[in-house]
Ligand binder design. Structure first.
Ligand code: TRP
Length: 334
């Protein structure tokens, strides 16, 4: 047998429609990782219950998120792709870890404090123990590498604490999970209005969604923020112009990028032309993903097959971990 591949675990939020920022910030890394690691990727439907979503909507979102991720190139044969709630072992490990997680430390987590501020009427125990559930997600496969954004690093630090606490008390079982990023791949996509990063909750007209129609894509790019152009050769680019170039580098040919770079440096750039070209190249990039996701979404028999297949693989791994955990804790009797 060859050397075992390192284990990667990551949870995909089951809310919102994927946009370009998600694609280049996260999904593209998943697709790269699936070639190199033993990956467990799942839709985090239990996590989403903290905000009491409408059941019909939640159910639809889970199917949509699966379809979108597969359409982007995640291969259910290469990775273990599943829905969190299909793995009861996660809930069991969550219960065990809750005994080692202290109220005081959980209350101090910045994301928790933010949620309390935003939603003072729904400060439930699930919200408080969100980092514990996240830890169970990871440790249930004895995961080591966790591709997450900056906003999740604090949660991962808690995961390391919980893993360590378990190991110290009961004997070694869990590696301490670390955030994982391809160093060269931290691409940030700004909103097309130049305000902040592209996101589902901010200006929808400045966010390119992976399910946008061709005309919507063209129109959003047409309205992207620009200015009257550089006044001197080889000027620095304002960030909203740099963002258009970033997008162009991601979806256009090197020749096209060079053409507009040269035009910018020579002060002859016409942003209207650039945005039109970018619109066409963006359509060519997004349309196949959109169409594939839509076709997959219609094929619930296929999606169900994928979910069951993923759950089976994930449970095999999870069951082994739980067997060890129970034994170490003294709750194995047969
Ligand atoms: N909390 C993560 C987010 O909001 C999603 C998530 C849940 C996750 N469980 C996880 C990520 C386990 C990595 C590992 O994006």
């Amino acid at each position: 047998m060859g050397q075992e591949k390192e284990i990667v675990v990551s949870g995909i939020r089951s809310t919102g429609i994927l946009h370009l920022g998600n694609y280049f910030g996260a999904i593209r890394n998943y697709i790269r990782m699936q070639e190199e690691f033993n990956c467990y990727f799942f839709v985090a439907d239990w996590h989403s219950l903290t905000t009491h979503p409408d059941p019909k909507e939640l159910r639809g979102n889970v199917f949509r998120v699966l379809a979108e991720n597969i359409a982007c190139g995640l291969d259910p044969e290469k990775v273990t792709l599943y829905v969190q709630s299909d793995i009861p072992e996660i809930a069991e490990l969550y219960l065990m870890l809750n005994m080692m997680a202290y109220k005081g430390e959980l209350e101090k987590v910045p994301t928790f404090k933010d949620k309390v501020r935003q939603n003072p009427d729904n400060v439930n125990a699930g919200l408080l123990t969100y980092p514990v559930l996240m830890t169970a997600d990871i440790l249930v496969h004895r995961g080591l590498n966790v591709p997450v954004g900056k906003d999740q690093e604090q949660h991962l630090e808690m995961s390391r604490n919980f893993a360590q606490r378990f190991n110290n008390r009961y004997g070694y079982l869990f590696p301490e999970p670390v955030p994982f990023n391809y160093g060269d791949d931290l691409i940030k996509i700004m909103s097309l209005d130049g305000i902040g990063k592209m996101s589902k909750s901010e200006n929808q007209n400045s966010t390119l969604f992976l399910n946008d129609g061709d005309d919507a894509i063209r129109n959003k790019l047409k309205k992207a923020k620009t200015d009257s152009g550089p006044q001197e050769p080889n000027s620095a680019k304002p960030d909203y112009i740099e963002n258009l170039f970033t997008l162009m580098r991601l979806v256009s040919t090197p020749d096209t990028v060079k053409h507009f770079e040269d035009a910018f440096n020579g002060c002859s750039i016409r942003y209207g032309d650039m945005k039109k070209q970018l619109g066409e190249d963006m359509v060519a990039f997004i349309a196949p993903i959109r169409e594939k996701a839509e076709a997959l979404r219609q094929d619930s028999a296929y999606l169900n097959r994928i979910m069951r297949y993923g759950a089976e693989k994930a449970r095999a791994s999870a069951a082994q971990t739980l067997q060890e955990a129970r034994k170490l804790m003294g709750i194995n009797f047969y």
